[in-house]
Design a protein around this ligand. Structure first.
Ligand code: NAD
Ligand code: MG
Length: 338
């Protein structure tokens, strides 16, 4: 793939990466290895400060990092970005510089109203930071989506492409999107299917078996542990691959029982979830919850952590040493599990 022209767009640019977590660290390392000039902006005394410095970066407070930058990548948690923008970015970002996000939440829901003399773009790899880094190191990349929200320089698209190439995404595939599509589909996916849908499905399946008198240990294996085998098949080759690998009995059960669990009414409720995302209800509620100090969030989280499937899972996982690659001896994992 020839990316020389787009890469030239940022060849002489200084890039400030704000945040050095999952995405921030991977982007900063990949951009630097692509020959670009990177400064990391994090809070002095915070955990990321020393880490970025130890990995060879010039590190500065966010406001200082923004001052000299031609492109500012906002890679802090979404809920702190509005304050970060107000305090550190808006007063310091150069006219004509680019402000880049990896998730459109704050711009789309107007928590951040970017100055009208800067470019506003999005580059979001479709994978966690660790994969963005390891794929880059293997000479490959993670497919990434990109968007332009505001183009004052006439170069916004070229900057997005150059950045996506710099983190390795261009080696795989770049897909054009817009802030609305990225934000709404990302929220819908995690709520309806990935985090919300999948964990509720697993908990309900577990409860059904345990309430019917089956052992929780057996129920854990059937509805949680083995989900990985299925998800791995989805990931590698879609539903086609799953159907190739499961028994005829499992297939027949899938065909007749799957639609009894996720039926037209479930899909209607999915549409309700999507509508709340689209009309801003979810964002409004989430921001209010965050600003109130997360009272319900903490309650919901505690309930998940105390669910019986977590209690039995903790015990069973301690007996599966391959799940603890960081632990030298399985005995240590057992001890931790108590
Ligand atoms: P993270 O929680 O892993 O890292 C956040 C970083 O920001 C840390 O270095 C932290 O020290 C720093 N930070 C926290 N508060 C700060 C503040 N007030 N001022 C300055 N720095 C602060 O975050 P992440 O998961 O990498 O997410 C970053 C962005 O990338 C988000 O917009 C997220 O939606 C997006 N994104 C994440 C993923 C993913 O897989 N994690 C994938 C695609 C997009
Ligand atoms: Mg998401």
């Amino acid at each position: 793939m020839s990316n020389s022209t787009t890469n030239d767009t940022l060849a002489k640019a200084r890039i400030a990466v704000l945040g050095y977590g999952s995405q921030g660290r991977a982007h900063a390392l990949n951009l630097r290895d692509s020959g670009l000039d990177v400064v990391v902006g994090v809070r002095k005394g915070g955990p990321s400060w020393e880490k970025a410095r130890a990995e060879g970066f010039t590190v500065a407070e966010p406001g200082e990092a923004v001052k000299g930058a031609d492109l500012v990548a906002v890679l802090t948690p979404d809920m702190v970005q509005a304050k970060l923008y107000k305090e550190s970015i808006e007063p310091n970002i150069k006219v004509g510089a680019a402000l880049l996000f990896a998730h459109g939440f704050n711009v789309h829901f107007k928590r951040i109203a970017p100055r009208d003399d800067i470019d506003v773009i999005l580059v979001a790899p479709k994978g966690p930071g660790a994969l963005v880094r390891t794929e880059y190191e293997r000479g490959r990349g993670v497919p990434s989506i990109w968007a332009v929200h505001q183009d004052v320089s006439g170069q916004a698209e070229a900057k997005a492409h150059a950045y996506a190439n710099g983190i390795g995404g261009g080696r795989a595939m770049l897909i054009k999107t817009d802030f609305k599509e990225e934000t709404e589909t990302d929220l819908f996916g995690e709520q309806a299917v990935l985090c919300g849908g999948a964990s509720s499905l697993v908990q309900a399946g577990f409860e059904t078996l345990v309430e019917a008198g089956y052992q929780p240990e057996i129920a854990y294996y059937e509805v949680l542990h083995e989900l990985k085998l299925i998800v791995d098949l989805f990931y590698e080759g879609g539903i086609t691959r799953m159907l190739e690998f499961i028994s005829e009995t499992a297939q027949y059960g899938d065909y007749v029982s799957g639609p009894r669990i996720v039926d037209a009414a479930t899909k209607e409720r999915m549409k309700g979830v999507l509508k709340d995302i689209q009309d801003g209800t979810f964002a409004k509620n989430w921001i209010a919850e965050y600003e109130a100090g997360l009272p319900n969030y903490k309650k919901f989280k505690q309930a998940d952590l105390e669910h019986p499937i977590e209690v039995v899972g903790h015990k069973l996982r301690a007996r599966m040493p391959w799940l603890h690659p960081d632990t030298a001896k399985p005995a240590e994992a057992l001890k931790k599990a108590g």
